[in-house]
Design a protein around this ligand. Structure first.
Ligand SMILES: Cc1cc2nc3c(=O)[nH]c(=O)nc-3n(C[C@H](O)[C@H](O)[C@H](O)COP(=O)(O)OP(=O)(O)OC[C@H]3O[C@@H](n4cnc5c(N)ncnc54)[C@H](O)[C@@H]3O)c2cc1C
Length: 464
């Protein structure tokens, strides 16, 4: 007899795991289908020798204390029934937006950022305060919000172009599938999660989050099937009936929550549809350096530096393999708790998937050489961020957009998915819903919230 479950969840990344927990809590028979052998998706970890590395965690956004009920992070924990203390989360020291002419620091207290802006852009402080007010009163998660470009809205409050670019820089690189601008609702999500709430890191990094989610999933009775790729979504009269796995096995289901991406999901539906969501353009390279000295011993006490060496911030697919004129530089030792024995430095650049893919097809050797260029540029960027060069590198690893493609299956190696989001999770197929990146809540906290809210909205309706 063919296997049958209530809901199939595609992908054991953050959104899939959170959705799986939520549905199993309400006694739904749920099966998470994961292509790879491990959980976490974009937000995972790997080992090299005795060292373990996080992939997609620089910082957890939305940092708040346990008493701030109603804030996204605490809502998330409440929905998943995970106690705050178990996340063992510690705040950042401070972060910095470094442009050629000016630098702005911010902490998890918005007052610090306000003070910085009033000191460096005194003519703009009233506008900035009005913008904060507007943001605080805006309901960014209302699924019926119309798409409005954020730079147009912000220009009503702030006139200085350079300040606008500086404010947008961290918000774009930490959560926009669109080039150089974003939808205003997404801008508000990012502004609140980074400037009004802030950055934190769990002790033990991403493993702490994944272990907590897996433990909860097990307690609730949810299951994961690894090494299983969804190769077809089977429909009948415009409604899902089953999935095909690895080109052969069939599992029947009433509904599907897919975190594999909107274009990627639609590409495996067994029906011809006049609906082709666009593939996004943004992907990254990242250099990870393990050093004999910690950043503080090398003159850096910032947790994250958003480095940009041009008057404007170019958040777009570069014409070259990667853009060395801007980067996110993360120093995980510089959260208030440091659980590393060595220095850890991570330099992320915006990159061009097509060019890396061509390079890989051309020759493995030249691909490796180009990776070395990324590494050498990351050393130059660290220097430009003010770090002393008096250190030795104990270990280094570099990943490229083709690595991201291999591990996530995202077309074009995109990190933030398609530019066409499905904000309410619906697709033209009844019973097929999108969660995670292409529903539009991005990042670690965002993707978990997406899994929960799509499970609540589309599957648990009536059971809550
Ligand atoms: C370098 C980097 C740094 C980042 N830093 C941060 C950060 O500091 N803070 C932050 O909040 N976010 C960060 N992110 C983003 C964050 O990791 C992602 O937004 C989040 O993990 C997305 O989760 P998801 O569940 O939507 O999707 P994914 O993690 O992409 O999960 C999708 C899963 O589906 C599986 N899958 C795909 N296709 C199939 C198929 N056909 N069949 C079965 N399974 C399939 C994939 O293997 C994957 O496990 C970073 C990302 C990167 C790449």
């Amino acid at each position: 007899m063919q296997k049958k479950v209530d809901t199939i969840i595609i992908g054991a990344g953050m959104s899939g795991l959170a959705a799986g927990i939520r549905l199993s809590m309400y006694n739904k028979k749920v099966l998470i289908i994961e292509k790879h052998t491990i959980t976490g998706g974009l937000n995972s970890y790997y080992a090299r020798g005795k060292r373990k590395f996080d992939v997609g965690l620089h910082a957890l956004t939305n940092f708040v204390g346990p008493s701030e009920r109603g804030k996204p992070f605490n809502k998330l924990l409440k929905q998943l029934r995970i106690p705050y203390e178990e996340f063992k989360i510690h705040p950042q020291n401070y972060s910095m937006i470094q442009f050629p002419e000016k630098s702005l620091k911010f902490t998890n207290e918005i007052e610090y950022f306000i003070e910085e802006i009033s000191r460096q852009f005194p003519a703009e402080i009233d506008g900035f305060m009005s913008l904060i007010n507007h943001i605080k009163n805006f309901n960014e998660v209302d699924l019926s919000n119309e798409t409005v470009m954020a730079k147009d809205v912000v220009a009503n409050f702030i006139k200085n172009k350079s300040l606008i670019e500086m404010i947008f820089c961290p918000l774009l690189i930490y959560g926009s599938a669109w080039e150089n601008d974003m939808d205003f609702s997404q801008f508000v999500i990012m502004f609140k999660s980074i400037f009004l709430e802030g950055f934190g890191r769990p002790e033990g990094g991403v493993r702490t989050i994944i272990d907590l989610l897996l433990k909860r999933l097990e307690v609730c009775g949810g299951e994961i099937q690894f090494k299983s790729e969804i190769t077809r979504i089977i429909t009948n009269n415009g409604k899902v009936t089953a999935v095909e796995i690895n080109g052969k096995d069939i599992i029947e289901c009433d509904s599907i929550l897919s975190s594999m991406g909107l274009p990627e999901t639609m590409s495996v539906v067994d029906q011809d549809l006049e609906y082709s969501p666009r593939v996004g353009n943004l992907s990254f390279t990242e250099s990870i350096l393990i050093t004999d000295k910690k950043p503080r011993d090398l003159g850096i006490d910032a947790t994250i530096i958003f480095y940009n060496n041009r008057p404007e911030y170019h958040y777009l697919k570069p014409q070259t393999l990667f853009d060395s004129e801007s980067a996110v530089v993360c120093f995980p030792n510089n959260f208030l708790h440091d659980d590393f024995d060595e220095g850890v430095l991570r330099v992320t650049n915006i990159a061009n998937f097509d060019l890396w893919n061509q390079e890989l097809l051309l020759s493995r050797e030249s691909y490796q050489e180009k990776k070395l260029d990324v590494y050498n540029q990351s050393l130059a960027i660290l220097k430009k961020c003010g770090m002393s060069s008096e250190f030795s590198v104990n270990f280094k690893d570099i990943f490229t957009p083709t690595t991201i493609k291999r591990y996530t299956n995202h077309f074009g190696g995109t990190v933030y998915g398609s530019i066409d989001k499905s904000r309410n999770g619906s697709t033209p197929i009844s019973g097929l819903y999108i969660c995670g990146t292409d529903q539009g809540f991005l990042g670690i906290v965002g993707s978990m919230l997406s899994g929960i809210s799509m499970a609540n909205l589309h599957v648990l309706q009536g059971s809550l």
